[in-house]
Every structure is written in C-alpha cells, then in structure tokens.
Design a protein around this ligand. Structure first.
Ligand code: PEP
Length: 258
C-alpha cells in the first residue's frame, strides 16, 4: 500500500505516478528512525504528494516502519535471497520481507554487485523471488566511471537489463533504477541531457513501460530538474533520504506523471 487519499489502496507501480524511494542502506536505529518516519508520514498525510513514496530501511526496521507508516508511505527491503527459506545464514527471503510488512525490494544495487559479487543472473533470480512473494522488484543497473569514460555506459546498461530483468516484468511488479556507480554518494551526477539520453536508451530496451528511476546524488537542490526529465519515473535516493527534512523536499519536487 502506498498511502492515504490519492494513494489509498494502491500498490507501488499500480499507476504511473513517479516513485520517490529512499534507500537507507546500513543506517538507522529504532528511536531516531521512527522520528524521521513520523515527520515523513505527517508530511504525506497533510500534503498528499503527487508521487508514490517508498522507504527501504534495514531489515531490522521494516516491521516497525510499516506499522508506523499506516499506509501513508510504502516500506521495502534493500535485498532478498532468491530462495524462500533454507540454510542461508544471515540472509532474508522475499517472503520474510513481505511478512514484515514490505511491499517492494531493491535488488542488484551496485553495492550488492560490488561487495557481494552479485551477477546479473543472481539479480534476476532475486527479482523473480520478489514477484513470487508479491513484492515489487526495483532492479538497479548502472555503469562504473571507467566504463563511462570508455564510452560503454549505454552498452553496459543494456546488457544489465538483458541479464537482470526477468521476462514478465510489468509496471505493476517492476521498476528499474538507473544508478551510475560513480554518482552514488559522491555528490556528482550526470548532466541532464546525459540522464535523459540514458533513460531513453533504457526505455528502448525494455519490453514493458516500466518506471525508470534515476539514482545517484539526488538531493533537494537537483531533484526538480532531474524529475522533470523525460522518461524519469522517479528517484532512488540514498544519503538525502535519511533526514525527513531533505527527503520531503525531493518528494515535493515531484509533481507530474512521467
Ligand atoms: C543509492 O545508493 O541508491 C544512492 C542513490 O545513494 P546516494 O543518493 O547517496 O548517491
């Protein structure tokens, strides 16, 4: 569920409103996290933003966050195992995320690909697992800086789409997040024409009209320009999602259907 009012009864992806998703990564402890979520929930309730809002906290906070959200925003995981259960110490399945109150999960984030050796095949298996559990998968793709410098950014992203997005992806079960690896957490972003060109390229390679989020150093000062670009279906926000006061400004920057 996404929220009240305009959002009531809708799953993330059910329509083509832009999606503003926060990726909290390995940050957040109960009391302060719930205070930030409280501020976000109040803002959503009073302003009824024109976009869908999703927060992906650590797995330990999902249940509390979902209880706190009371449908004013959606809650998602940051990763899941491809299997539903089994001897996989430390892992969390898509079914467990769902059970805790999540409605979506990020898969294939570059930090998972880089630090946990996740291949396109693994990412695709995780996206299928998300669907199996009734979760929306947010599949991340993006080139590294050397790949971009070598002129391979479009080819890398096309190949990641082919390898990571399972057949059967629909706007109801999947969103793509284009996150240039060199832009994540660095304060650097591609130019607006570069983002628009990449999103058009990704759009051309998809078999369904999925939302394509941009991610990588989105902040209050650049959100409006990025979210106004063609084929930008929302944003995946890391650092600037941790403080409700920043994240709210990004939510408010979104005021159109893609
Ligand atoms: C991310 O890690 O998904 C991300 C977009 O991070 P940041 O916004 O901090 O660059």
């Amino acid at each position: 569920m996404i929220g009240r009012g305009d959002n009531a009864g809708k799953q993330c992806g059910e329509d083509m409103r832009q999606l503003i998703a926060g990726n909290w990564k390995m940050n957040g402890l109960g009391a302060t996290a719930m205070a930030e979520l409280g501020a976000l929930a109040k803002h959503v309730e009073t302003t009824r933003p024109a976009c869908d809002v999703l927060i992906c906290p650590s797995a330990t906070l999902i249940e509390r966050a979902a209880r706190h959200a009371k449908d004013r925003f959606a809650v998602g995981g940051q990763d899941c195992h491809a299997e539903a259960s089994g001897a996989f110490t430390g892992d969390v399945s898509a079914e467990m995320l769902r059970d805790a109150g999540a409605t979506a999960v990020i898969v294939g984030h570059s930090e998972r690909r880089q630090f946990h050796g996740e291949t396109d095949a693994i990412v695709q298996a995780k996206a299928r697992a998300a669907w199996r559990a009734g979760l929306i998968s947010i599949i991340c793709i993006g080139e590294t800086e050397p790949q971009r410098d070598a002129g391979h950014a479009h080819g890398v992203c096309r190949s990641q789409i082919e390898g990571s997005v399972p057949p059967g992806a629909t706007p109801q079960n999947t969103a793509i997040a284009y996150e240039p690896v060199w832009a994540i957490g660095t304060g650097r972003t591609p130019t607006s024409p570069e983002i628009a060109a990449m999103h058009a390229h990704i759009r051309a390679g998809l078999g369904a009209p999925l939302r394509i989020l941009y991610g990588g150093s989105v902040k209050p000062s650049n959100a409006k320009e990025i979210l106004a670009l063609p084929d930008v279906g929302g944003a995946l926000v890391g650092g600037a999602s941790l403080k409700a006061s920043d994240f709210i400004q990004i939510v408010d920057a979104c005021n159109r259907s893609p």
